[in-house]
Design a protein around this ligand. Structure first.
Ligand SMILES: Cc1cc2nc3c(=O)[nH]c(=O)nc-3n(C[C@H](O)[C@H](O)[C@H](O)COP(=O)(O)OP(=O)(O)OC[C@H]3O[C@@H](n4cnc5c(N)ncnc54)[C@H](O)[C@@H]3O)c2cc1C
Length: 590
């Protein structure tokens, strides 16, 4: 079965787990329920009816590369054109530049749906959206006027170019060069690898956002500048004009997202591509961070997206496929595999992890909206810190579970999961990259521990822990037997998280290696405790709304997660605080 956008679940998570409803009460949003539901419905319809049917053809066709050009799979150009014409590209873009100025949280929900329908389709626009953000925030008026309207409308797409062979996680090692030209522009030379949608035929111009180094730049990340480099330099009427000195040299063959062209880019065959500085010289990383933070959340949503579609497909398959006998059934009667407790354990784990990750991602988006729209400086700062704290958790937790859930999806299908025609294998292959690009998940964990925990002397994470404790108290106060041990298990998970947090904050200064070694299990612990509490928030909201249809299922899912998944918290906390010493030195590997 193809993907069906779970609009009602998405809307519920947004309102009740991620804090959208509360944020609206606080005046952050000026968006009524009807409009919110209509946007989500329409986005879900487009994802389900237009994009999802292209997912398989994208996987099998890939993006052939010939004579420097990339051909996207059949149907993709038309789908992209219709998608852009419907205004989806500019959903959260500033109204001044032709966007609709809707909240990031609403855009996040839409990004999830498009990526569920096809991750290879969804990743392209996400980079354009990130580019719009960086240009709107840091670009000169002239650059904004020339490029923003076309990027916002989706007439042109953007790329994000950091990576070089020697500069992956270590962006500061990049060598692409930018020379000042007498006319105030720059000449860009060098090469970039692994550039998503670096070349394609979806739009008639591509706007590259490229990091490069000036000849007199200081070493490392303090000597990097950001340049806008169009594939075609706009002519006086604004239409694509002279071809710039940049080309795609090749397209990678890769494990998944086959329909997303991953290009090696070459700059300066003929003396250097014309580039336009964004922001100030040597301050490119600050601009790039504007782009990367947006892209990180979008990649996090890809994890949720692939987990959702894999879960839907596995549930459908488990209802149909008959094998073995259910314990209560007559001897000769073979049962649908969904009747077997082990299969239901897999399916419930898939659903719980997906919804927990979704809630974390949406909460991050709501925090971003608050950081822009809260009405006093202190509230904006607190929201900015919340978004900064949650972004690495969203990125790494959601993409880790994306792969795990897709893997469980293969398992539910048995042998057929390993055979391409079911599509379960494609989800598994597609999901894997999200753990790597936009900063590997290891780098996210390090960011969380070394930069985010110490924010405001630990007060940012401390405040978040207090909110999680509130949820635990609310579950206990509900005193509903259907919650089973949810309150107790979540309480333990939150206290283990608090204990590991305190330990890391204490180690950071004096034993950084111990803190770094515990970063990945710590991030997982964070995701389980936060995700578990958010599922409980959803369940409590459903009970409050006396939603007789959904409340029992939401309570049951929160309980399953607390008792079967978040229960790993104590082991993870012990790994953080006691496990580092057992990691051997490099020499021990022979
Ligand atoms: C399909 C695809 C699309 C991509 N799209 C883009 C794009 O559009 N634009 C772009 O600029 N790049 C893009 N990339 C590149 C991607 O962002 C990098 O691959 C990623 O940042 C990791 O860099 P790397 O591959 O050099 O791995 P490395 O940095 O070599 O990392 C290898 C391993 O070492 C670990 N590691 C590295 N440094 C540290 C450290 N200091 N501490 C602890 N562990 C560390 C990493 O976590 C990882 O597990 C893409 C890559 C792929 C495969």
């Amino acid at each position: 079965m193809a993907y069906r956008a779970p609009v009602a679940d998405i809307a519920f998570a947004l309102r009740h787990a991620a804090g959208f409803a509360q944020a609206r009460e606080d005046g952050i949003y000026d968006l009524d329920d009807e409009t919110l539901d209509a946007v989500l419905e329409e986005s879900g319809r487009f994802a389900t009816d237009v994009i999802a049917p292209l997912n398989r053809v994208g996987d099998t066709h890939g993006t052939p590369f010939r004579d420097g050009t990339v051909t996207t799979p059949p149907g993709w150009k038309e789908a992209y054109r219709d998608w852009a014409a419907a205004g989806w590209n500019g959903l959260a873009a500033p109204a001044d530049w032709g966007g609709q100025g809707l909240p990031h949280a609403v855009n996040a929900a839409c990004i999830e749906m498009w990526n569920s329908a096809s991750m290879a389709f969804g990743i392209g626009p996400v980079l354009t959206m990130a580019a719009i953000n960086a240009l709107a925030r840091h670009g000169s008026d002239e650059l904004k006027q020339t490029y923003l309207p076309k990027l916002v409308s989706g007439e042109w797409m953007g790329t994000m170019q950091l990576t070089e062979p020697q500069a992956g996680s270590d962006v500061g090692a990049l060598r692409a060069r930018a020379e000042r030209a007498p006319d105030g522009t720059y000449r860009i030379t060098g090469s970039k690898i692994f550039i998503t949608y670096g070349e394609h035929d979806l739009t008639d111009n591509i706007i590259h956002f490229v990091l490069a180094r000036l000849p007199d730049a200081p070493p490392g990340t303090r000597g990097i500048s950001l340049f806008l480099v169009p594939k075609f330099l706009p002519d006086p009427s604004g239409a694509p004009g002279k071809r710039n000195d940049v080309r795609a040299h090749s397209v990678e063959h890769k494990l998944g997202i086959h329909a997303s062209p991953t290009c090696t880019m070459v700059y300066g065959d003929n003396g250097g591509a014309t580039g336009f500085l964004i922001g100030e010289e040597n301050r490119g990383m600050a601009c790039m961070f504007t782009m990367m933070n947006e892209a990180r959340l979008a990649v996090a949503l890809q994890g949720v997206a692939i987990a959702e579609t894999a879960t839907q497909q596995a549930i459908d398959y488990a209802r149909d496929r008959k094998q073995g006998r259910a314990t209560a059934a007559p001897a000769a009667q073979s049962a649908p595999i969904i009747d077997h407790p082990d299969v239901r354990r897999m399916l419930t784990t898939m659903r719980g992890l997906t919804r927990a990750a979704r809630a974390i991602c949406y909460a991050t988006a709501v925090a971003i909206d608050r950081s822009h729209a809260a009405n006093d400086e202190a509230a904006r700062k607190a929201a900015h810190e919340r978004a900064s704290l949650l972004t690495p958790v969203a990125k790494a937790f959601a993409t880790d579970i994306g792969s795990e859930v897709a893997s469980l999806g293969v398992q539910v299908h048995g042998g057929m999961g390993y055979i391409e025609e079911t599509g379960a294998a494609q989800h598994f292959r597609d999901a894997r990259i999200a753990q790597i690009y936009e900063g590997t998940n290891g780098i996210q964990a390090i960011d969380l521990v070394t930069r985010k925990l110490p924010m405001s002397g630990g007060a940012a994470v401390g405040g978040y822990l207090d909110e999680l404790r509130e949820t635990v108290d609310n579950v206990k106060a509900a005193n509903d037997p259907a919650f089973g041990a949810t309150g107790a298990r979540l309480g333990e998970a939150v206290e283990e998280l608090a204990r590991a947090t305190a330990w890391l904050l204490q180690k950071l200064d004096h034993e950084p290696d111990a803190a770094l070694a515990g970063a990945t299990p710590y991030l997982r612990l964070f995701g389980l405790a936060a995700g578990g509490c958010m599922l409980a928030d959803e369940a409590l909201a459903a009970l409050r709304l006396a939603d007789g249809v959904h409340a029992p299922a939401r309570v049951a899912l929160a309980r399953f997660f607390a008792e079967n998944v978040a229960i790993a918290a104590s082991g993870l906390a012990a790994t953080v605080t006691e496990g580092a010493g057992a990691i051997p030195p490099a020499a021990a590997f022979g």
